[in-house]
Design a protein around this ligand. Sequence first.
Ligand code: PGA
Length: 252
Amino acid sequence: MRIPMIAGNWKMNLTIGAGLELVKSIHYSHRHPGEVDVVVAPPFTAIHSIAEAVKDSYISVAAQNIHWETSGAFTGEISPVFAKDAGAEYVIIGHSERRQYFAETNETVNKKTKAAFAHGLTPIVCVGETLAEREAGRVEEVINTQVTQGLTGLSATNFEKLIIAYEPVWAIGTGKTATGQQAEDVHTFIRELLVKLAGPEIAQKIRILYGGSVNAKNAKELLSFPNIDGALVGGASLKAPDFVEIIKGATA
Ligand code: PGA
């Protein structure tokens, strides 16, 4: 049994104060989330304050990115050691916005994923095709490359903890969600790839989240599919009532 995960990706939004308000109201408006892992990913500057604030709640904290080196002359970068030190337990890696605007490749995704594991962070590795790739019938080819290259060289223990997020680029922030069946088809394909990479037993343990315009209305249906093990939520994670509704959808 895979425990569902609902993760909120705040992106470049919310000051420390606004973030603290948000986690407080998530916690107090829904104190008993049931069997679901709830994660929020604030900007780096807010990680420590948010992590302190949620210490005694069911909410955990993720970083939105890390560098693969632990320290050194990398101006402007944050090492996995610092993210962990600030209170993060998870880290989002290879989000399509990082790939698109900050030149991340499957190779850097792989380095960051390994660095996360090496320093006690659980990576949430993002994959997903663009609209042009989908229309050209290249979904499986693109996902295959991203998964295979992004996850090369991980150990069995790494794979057991790994979280993947399937986020079709055309569905992110656009209000266009993949249908449950479209998402389930890709999730099933990803699980088949994981069987090849990690073996059938471990592949069954890996959570595959869906992301891309998940909201309070569509979450429950998406989460009802057997290979959709949770959601990575952008826009709707910034509003406590919506995020709480999505959490409820995962426990129903
Ligand atoms: P969205 O973003 O929910 O606003 O589409 C999802 C994401 O980018 O993780």
